[in-house]
Design a protein around this ligand. Structure first.
Ligand SMILES: CC(=O)CC(=O)O
Length: 681
């Protein structure tokens, strides 16, 4: 067992104030229904992955709205890996999201310059009805693709739900995606309608998107794009002028598009469970993104499950997930409304006009569930800001961090930063399944650095390279899922025989889903720790460890170091891999031999001499994906001699250029006066 991995696993929270009561009510319902005696979360999880009846139980517990009830749960699908769920049921995703139809607030739309608008469930339904009618009048039908390049806004919610009501397929990217990134995605899926924000305001700067829209439209119109619908400026409400419109083929103002509304009532097409709902994109950093098609029933059930059972969401809740429209957290957030809860869609930077303003907003809006990321929490901590000194967060019950592992020091800080009694959870899953493999279990204690358990219905296991389950031994390994679940993608777009899907997930362990995460389980607490991406596993002298272990130590240096990146370097001349650590300094600070020495000493003490990087370099920038994930694999490939053509998924592609020089690491080290530390064996 790698005991250093669990050295900081201290209990920091116990279930209280009704947390976990919805999990308990599901468990008791299953006990009553099937004459079982499931005693706790672990029993419930075991049942959920041994008997597919769990999914029927969950369907009932969540109150899924349908027109034709399911009479069977699972049958073989077109691809052997992807079953057909609830084959005879008929339902509609948008109908489920819009189940509530009254004057309660459904969506609060906020902009970084302070504008806050509330929309009731009744108003939302009215907007969706109008949009769906206009879409139908413009010829949209089930199975067509509706794409958007759009900020996190009320418009995005309306367009997605209207699309789903018709049975068409919705897909979106954030407005900061470059033309190439947009085309890499939308050329593949060939949308019929494309909605585009015409202007974006971020971090205080206003940018017109018109030149980008023209480029994208010129490329996609010959590929079947019928209408480019231009949304007005989010700040001034200004519509695009006639002469600007003429430069964009097939363009139409959204106000004109909506005039096609013939006042017909909102109709929810009743469709199979596996009917495609959303297309999400894998964040590969080179090559075209994979277009992952998710079915309506799987997304609905998995997301509602997470929000109801892990966050304990009811109609009294308000879920604020800071996200773009291109990340899987955006669809996840929508399911809050299926439980009658309110969502906040936030357009802009959390640091504009100031992070203090943003944190007060979370409190003032009565947010009960706040979803954020380790990167945001670390930045707040590094600036010496304690959120609880700014506001009281009277309603906050759940603090959720995802997108990357939350390290033990950041667990400790976050647990106390807002309110001492907040339930802190750090789920992990992915775009690939639009849900989580491991997640919170609010009926269990929380240990710093650990995700509490495996998600219900997900047979998440830890495999060694030979396919042996090593979880009980405390050894790290590959995160795999050994049983089908309802949000397996229904396929990749234009991959009818499943070749690409199989190569992406099922090739390493035939028939078993390999997620590509490196993970370890704590045999004592049963908690789980993601150690990094498995392709980025560091392997000096045969010692395998994840970059997250190094980042945990780096969280002690946040007053001088802004960010860090840890990768392995392979060279033909050396059978061994070397660990390189790149640090991006805060303004006014430099990496010197003394600081490098302190970092090495801290890594040696917290982990082991074998974890100490061979080199530590100062870098100007660290590459991230548009979904805010550190890019390790492309950097590892670059420093090991490969040339990379960055895809549109890389948010700051120019940063990759900074790493090519490290192929000749000795001469860089000599020039910069950086010491090489020989790995301790
Ligand atoms: C829940 C998640 O899986 C979020 C992410 O890491 O992208």
């Amino acid at each position: 067992m790698n005991s250093h991995l669990f050295a900081q696993s201290r209990k920091i929270w116990e279930p209280q104030n009704g947390h976990g009561s919805r999990l308990d009510s599901l468990r008791l319902m299953i006990n009553r229904k099937h004459g079982l005696n499931l005693k706790d979360y672990h029993d419930l999880h075991k049942y959920s992955v041994e008997d597919y009846t769990f999914w029927q139980d969950l369907w009932e517990y969540l109150g899924i709205i349908y027109s034709v009830p399911p009479t069977s749960i699972i049958q073989p699908g077109r691809l052997p890996e992807i079953p057909t769920w609830f084959p005879d049921a008929r339902l509609n995703y948008a109908e489920n999201i819009l189940a509530r139809n009254d004057d309660g607030i459904a969506v609060t739309a906020a902009r970084e310059w302070g504008l806050v608008q509330h929309y009731s469930f009744r108003q939302l339904r009215g907007h969706v009805r109008q949009m769906a009618a206009a879409m139908r009048m413009h010829g949209l039908k089930a199975g067509d693709r509706v794409a958007a390049v759009i900020t996190n806004s009320f418009n995005a919610v309306v367009i997605a739900l209207a699309t789903s009501s018709i049975g068409a397929i919705y897909t979106s990217t954030a407005t900061d995606m470059g033309t190439q990134g947009i085309l890499d995605r939308y050329r593949q899926i060939q949308p019929t309608l494309l909605f585009f924000d015409t202007e974006v305001v971020y971090a205080g700067k206003t940018l017109t998107l018109l030149p980008k829209i023209a480029e994208v439209a010129k490329d996609l119109v010959p590929r079947g794009l019928k209408h480019v619908i231009l949304l007005p400026s989010t700040k001034t409400g200004r519509d695009v002028q006639q002469d600007e419109l003429e430069k964009i083929p097939n363009s139409i103002l959204s106000s004109e598009f909506l005039k096609a509304d013939d006042a017909r009532p909102l109709q929810f097409e009743q469709l199979p469970f596996n009917q495609p709902l959303f297309i999400l994109y894998s964040s590969g950093t080179s090559g075209p993104p994979k277009c992952i098609v998710h079915g309506q029933g799987g997304v609905l059930m998995q997301n509602k499950k997470e929000i109801a059972l892990v966050y304990g969401c009811t109609s009294d809740d308000c879920y604020f997930q800071y996200t773009t429209t291109g990340w899987m957290m955006w669809p996840l957030m929508l399911s809050t409304m299926a439980l009658g809860g309110r969502i906040i869609v936030y357009d802009g930077s959390p640091f504009q006009p100031s992070v203090e303003f943003f944190l007060k907003f979370v409190s003032d809006q009565g947010v009960t569930i706040f979803g954020t990321s380790p990167r945001f929490l670390t930045e707040v901590q590094a600036r010496g800001i304690l959120p609880s000194h700014l506001a009281s967060y009277p309603s906050l019950r759940v603090l959720m961090s995802t997108g990357a592992p939350l390290t033990p020091p950041m667990f400790d800080w976050s647990q106390l930063a807002f309110r001492k009694d907040v339930y802190l959870t750090s789920p992990s899953g992915g775009t690939d399944i639009c849900s989580s493999f491991i997640t919170g279990a609010p009926s269990l204690p929380v240990y710093a650095g650990e995700t509490q358990g495996k998600s219900l219905g997900m047979k998440t296991q830890i495999f060694d390279p030979a396919g042996k389950d090593v979880e009980a031994s405390g050894q790290p390994g590959e995160l795999v899922c050994t049983r089908p679940h309802v949000s397996l993608p229904v396929g990749f777009w234009r991959d009818d025989d499943g070749t690409k899907l199989r190569a992406a997930y099922f090739d390493t362990y035939p028939g078993v889903w390999r997620q590509g995460d490196f993970i370890v389980g704590n045999p004592e607490t049963k908690g789980l720790i993601i150690l990094g991406r498995s392709d980025g596993v560091l392997n000096p002298s045969g010692v395998r460890f994840g970059s997250a272990e190094i980042y945990t130590v780096m969280d002690h240096f946040t007053n001088t170091i802004d960010d860090s990146l840890c990768v392995g370097q392979r060279r033909a001349s050396d059978p061994d891999e070397r660990v390189l650590l790149f640090v991006k300094m805060r303004p006014g600070h430099r990496l010197d031999a003394e600081l490098a020495g302190k970092i090495r000493a801290a890594i040696r003490a917290a982990l082991s001499p074998r974890h100490v990087p061979a080199y530590i370099f100062e870098t100007g920038d660290i590459p991230y994906t548009v979904n805010n994930k550190k890019i390790e694999i492309a950097v590892k490939q670059i420093v090991s001699g490969l040339n990379i053509k960055p895809s549109g998924t890389v948010a700051n592609p120019e940063s990759l250029q900074l790493y090519y020089k490290y192929r000749d690491i000795e001469s860089v080290a000599q020039k910069e006066g950086v010491n090489h530390v020989k790995a301790k064996l």
